[in-house]
Design a protein around this ligand. Structure first.
Ligand SMILES: [Zn+2]
Length: 57
């Protein structure tokens, strides 16, 4: 299930308030400025900075 593009427009990185982009498989949202990956669980983006993973690619 793809993430709603409208949702991507209104949500922002909790650290820098920048735009988030979805991964190609919609498994997570990525902030390239902070190099953080926010998981999407049951189609709900988890935007808690403490739960984010470092961007590795
Ligand atoms: Zn950020």
């Amino acid at each position: 299930m793809a993430i709603d593009p409208k949702l991507l427009e209104i949500i922002a990185c909790p650290k820098c308030k920048g735009r988030l982009e979805s991964k190609p498989d919609d498994s997570a949202l990525v902030c390239r400025a902070c190099r953080l990956v926010f998981p999407i669980v049951d189609e709900i983006p988890n935007l808690i900075a403490e739960d984010a993973q470092p961007l590795t690619d």
